[in-house]
Design a protein around this ligand. Structure first.
Ligand code: HEC
Length: 163
């Protein structure tokens, strides 16, 4: 009878290697990413629900006679400069959203949120309810805020077309 002799390290090394890779991968990336993502996303969502949700609704579908939808809206997922102008100074008058015409008024939020909070809200709505647009950075909010510092009035969809 032949005896097969496998040294223990040979038998266990693949399993040990896998375990090590799993553990180091997780220590290095899973946890911080989870934490950062969790906090950032949670803040944007909370601020959205408090500040915008009353009109646009928690599910982003808007409300008849109150506000247009943000889920699936080109104004949310399209040009960042345009979205920032709406967020800071508001929009009024006729606007087409998801093929429907709205004619209402959206209030300014320039003096309510600082750059970081505004970035968190807009990043949230660009990624919620099936929207899949890139995040908005604090720097981008600051840049548009200063470019439009002397605006002092809400926008019309027509004016925003070129931004
Ligand atoms: C008082 C109600 C109200 C609040 C609060 C409000 N909005 Fe709006 N929003 C509106 C209305 C009404 C319109 C459509 C304006 C029009 O008809 O020209 C609109 C339009 C928009 C649009 C462009 C059209 C669309 O549907 O995509 C965006 C983007 C938007 N709002 C984002 C926000 C965000 C982000 C917040 C919170 C920081 C917010 N709004 C808070 C009422 C509101």
């Amino acid at each position: 009878m032949r005896r097969y002799f496998f040294p223990l390290p040979v038998i266990f090394s693949p399993a040990a290697a896998l375990l090590l890779i799993f553990m180091s991968g997780c220590l290095a990336s899973c946890r911080p990413r989870e934490l950062a993502g969790g906090v950032g996303k949670g803040r944007g969502r909370t601020l959205y629900e408090v500040s915008c949700g009353a009109c646009h609704q928690v599910d982003g579908e808007g409300k008849e006679g109150v506000a247009s939808p943000l889920a699936g809206s080109e104004w949310v997922t399209g040009s960042e400069g345009r979205l920032l102008r709406i967020a800071l100074d508001g929009v009024r008058g006729p606007i087409m959203v998801r093929g429907r015409r709205y004619q209402l008024e959206r209030p300014a939020r320039r003096h309510v949120y600082d750059d970081a909070d505004m970035a968190a809200i807009l990043t949230y709505i660009r990624g919620a309810w099936g929207n899949a647009a890139p995040a908005v950075t604090t720097g981008a909010v600051a840049a548009v805020r200063s470019q439009t510092a002397s605006r002092g009035d809400s926008w019309t969809a027509q004016e925003l077309g070129s931004h």
